[in-house]
Design a binder for this molecule. Structure first.
Ligand code: ZN
Ligand code: ZN
Length: 226
């Protein structure tokens, strides 16, 4: 099915493919903001909407970049639905968590903080739209890391899709503004090591700690966990 879909895109005019990817990104953003409304009742400023729109356009550039690289043979994906879906998903989850941890530390501890990342930290108490309130350099940095990983290794296409969904869920969770999980659940064996709403909210409150996204594993390992 995925194979047919990708083949179909190949035969469409380039402009239409761009439009499809833009609509896809906009729909993901709408989904995040609609789900977010359930938790955050306040409104957003025109400036936040503007930055959110720019982030969507840049995410579309990254999406098209991935499609283009696949078309050129730079990114290879396996299409079969087998045990590789699970293995590749775990690989993507762990690898991106580590890469983003390192990238996040770099944009905090260098001149890049003031120039790039401070924008995201204007929110001391994050709200759903803050997931998209990112400096263009930051959006492209995360996007490049993502495409680089896909070039290095040919992941399973279903693992990629599941990962992308999970990525959005964690992104939304981190900027919900409230903690939906009861304290007891957050102490469960595996959940304990996941990047919960509280985990990323605490990063906005104290920028010296909690640089991870999906897990607190790297923060625990490198002593930046709070
Ligand atoms: Zn940060
Ligand atoms: Zn954040």
């Amino acid at each position: 099915m995925m194979y047919n879909l990708l083949q179909y895109l190949l035969h469409l005019p380039v402009g239409l493919v761009w439009l499809i990817f833009l609509v896809e990104n906009a729909m993901i953003t709408c989904g995040v903001l609609l789900l977010g409304r359930y938790f955050y009742k306040g409104g957003y400023t025109a400036r936040e909407w503007g930055i959110c729109a720019i982030t969507n356009i840049l995410n579309t550039v990254v999406t098209y970049g991935g499609f283009w690289l696949w078309k050129q043979g730079g990114i290879k994906v396996s299409m079969e639905g087998s045990w590789r879906v699970l293995v590749d998903f775990v690989l993507l989850f762990v690898a991106m968590d580590l890469l983003m941890y390192v990238f996040h530390i770099v944009i905090h501890k260098t001149f890049l903080y003031k120039v790039v990342h401070q924008l995201h930290h204007e929110a001391v108490d994050p709200k759903p739209i803050d997931l998209f309130v990112l400096h263009p350099v930051e959006t492209m940095g995360f996007g490049s890391l993502w495409l680089l990983l896909l070039v290095v290794y040919g992941f399973n296409i279903y693992a990629i899709i599941i990962y992308l969904v999970v990525n959005v869920i964690f992104g939304l969770a981190g900027h919900l503004g409230v903690e939906p999980l009861p304290a007891k659940v957050r102490q469960w064996p595996l959940v304990k090591y996941l990047g919960t709403s509280t985990f990323h909210h605490d990063h906005h409150r104290d920028i010296q700690h909690n640089f991870g996204f999906y897990t607190s594993v790297w923060d625990r390992l490198f002593n930046t966990y709070r």
